[in-house]
Design a protein around this ligand. Structure first.
Ligand code: CTP
Length: 489
């Protein structure tokens, strides 16, 4: 089979000219070939050559444009350059054997077929020849092409060997199954189940890379169900694994929270490519196992699971080495607020409740609504329609209230500093109380979100505590203006 038409660019042309002249076998290999056959876009191009990859890379780059910067690692025998939108990586064909306790292989020169054999999956071991007269010819000693067409993930060697060489490949198998909607071949699957604990030598960062790719797949549940079934989930993410299962008492069962969360994740995957919103969908009910209770005569409850879940996030992120920055705070916020719009829908949608939600969600309100819509997983079509309709009402109300009251980025119009000046009181509990009362009055719609109404409210509220104004409104404003202009200088 020939794919010469698909590899017509200046880089491949120069490689072809050089290796044909030198009578040196060279191939484009791996993910690029797999994706080319599948019609997927790929950014990285891996070239393997019998001989020096570094020398070939330098020669190709020099011919195309001497300004191209070639980076190389002498000890690994690899070289890389960027050209147009692609990264080209060159390496000499290798035979490898791995040491049981590390990912670092011992390497020696080998043929292209040796190089194919040491790769993870048959679909990733496909190679296209670059030397004439075979330019574009598929080299496929392990029937990877057939596996690609049938949707099978299979290892070129005994999977026990392939996975023990590099246990990360067990996760890669699941990741490819999720990305491509492929099936893992039975022998490979069994080898994964038997070797889960070998993941211990893999860094958390590399595990996360695969988890993120599963998360970003069109239907991430495929990957997570495999992680659960193989036992990997219990190993790398026990809190999520703990969500699996159904308890029944007095004839009442709760839903399987893992499968529910995976449905929500699949739903949100249709609405957004935002990795962290997807994480929030996966984790929105993570607080359910520790809050699960059975109430006699009533049924199962998960009271406060959203707050418990939000509290669990930092510990999970720290252990898994996920980022502990704004991304984590965002996931936490989504988890803690995910019940709020539902409550709004079930009760009457009052302006005051909408204002409070807007205040707490801020700019994340849209994402929160997306999460809540994805959270509707009922099989009852009528129920789904009713919920979606109710959320539509909430969205409309959110918009109306936001236009009127500008709550989303709400800053109280009267600061603690102003209150202290107005009453001549130093920092104390009463100042906090007044500030809070003003905020609540605005959120409850008793007063509008502006300085004048807040001032009038403050004056009256403070009078109940026996506080009297020491400065007039005009004086406070003048002092504030002056303080601001001094700050600006
Ligand atoms: N490979 C391998 N074992 C690994 C990682 C990679 O055998 N643990 C081989 C595979 O042949 C793979 C190639 O190296 O195709 C390139 O790896 P990489 O760039 O990580 O993955 P791709 O297959 O290109 O897929 P993606 O770009 O989607 O990650």
């Amino acid at each position: 089979m020939k794919f010469s038409e698909n590899i017509q660019n200046i880089v491949f042309q120069h490689i072809s000219e050089i290796v044909t002249r030198q009578n040196q076998p060279a191939y484009v290999i791996g993910g690029f070939v797999r994706d080319l056959i599948l019609g997927r876009a790929s950014k990285d191009v891996d070239i393997v050559v019998e001989g020096s990859g570094i020398a070939l890379a330098k020669e190709v780059a020099r011919r195309i444009d001497p300004k191209i910067k070639v980076s190389f690692f002498k000890s690994y025998g690899t070289a890389m350059f960027r050209y147009k939108d692609k990264e080209y990586e060159f390496v000499g064909a290798r035979k490898e054997s791995y040491n049981r306790d590390s990912r670092n292989p011992e390497v020696e020169d080998g043929s292209v077929e040796d190089d194919q054999l040491r790769r993870d999956f048959t679909i990733n071991a496909l190679a296209l020849s670059l030397a004439e007269p075979d330019f574009g010819e598929l080299m496929d000693p392990f029937n990877g092409y057939a596996d690609l067409k049938r949707g099978i993930i299979r290892t070129p060697r005994d999977p026990k060997v392939t996975f023990s060489d590099d246990p990360l490949r067990m996760l890669r198998a699941i990741r490819f199954a999720a990305q491509l909607n492929f099936h893992i071949d039975e022998q490979a699957y069994d080898a994964i189940v038997a070797n889960v604990e070998r993941l211990e030598i893999i860094s958390k960062e590399r595990i996360n890379e695969e988890l993120h790719k599963i998360m970003l797949a069109p239907k991430p549940s495929i990957g997570f169900k495999l992680l659960a079934k193989t036992g990997i989930l219990t190993y790398i993410f026990p809190e999520l694994a703990a969500m699996q299962g159904v308890d029944k008492r007095e004839g009442m069962a709760h839903k399987d929270n893992l499968f529910h969360s995976l449905k929500v994740l699949d739903n949100i995957a249709r609405l957004t490519d935002d990795l962290w919103l997807r994480w929030a969908a996966l984790l929105h009910d993570i607080g359910k196992p520790p809050t699960k209770r059975f109430v006699e005569g009533h049924g199962w409850t998960f009271h406060g699971h959203e707050y418990r879940g939000a509290k669990m996030i930092p510990g999970i992120f720290r252990r898994m080495k996920l980022p502990l920055n704004q991304k984590m705070k965002y996931v936490q916020k989504m988890v803690s607020l995910h019940m709020r719009p539902i409550v709004l829908v079930e009760d009457e949608v009052t302006d005051s409740a909408v204002r409070r939600l807007l205040f707490e969600a801020g700019n994340e309100i849209e994402d929160l609504m997306t999460l809540c819509e994805a959270d509707i997983t009922s099989k009852n079509h009528e129920k789904v329609q009713r919920y979606l309709q109710n959320y539509q009402i909430v969205r409309q109300k959110l918009q109306e209230v936001e236009e009127k009251d500008r709550i989303r980025n709400f800053q109280p119009p009267i600061t603690g500093e102003i209150i202290m000046q107005a009453f001549g009181v130093g920092p104390s509990k009463i100042i906090g109380d007044i500030k809070q009362a003003i905020k609540n009055a605005i959120l409850d719609g008793k007063i509008s979100n502006n300085f004048d109404e807040a001032w009038a409210f403050m004056e009256q509220y403070a009078a109940d505590y026996g506080l009297k104004l020491l400065k007039s409104k005009g004086d406070v404003i003048a002092d504030e203006d002056q303080a601001k202009s001094e700050d600006d200088r």
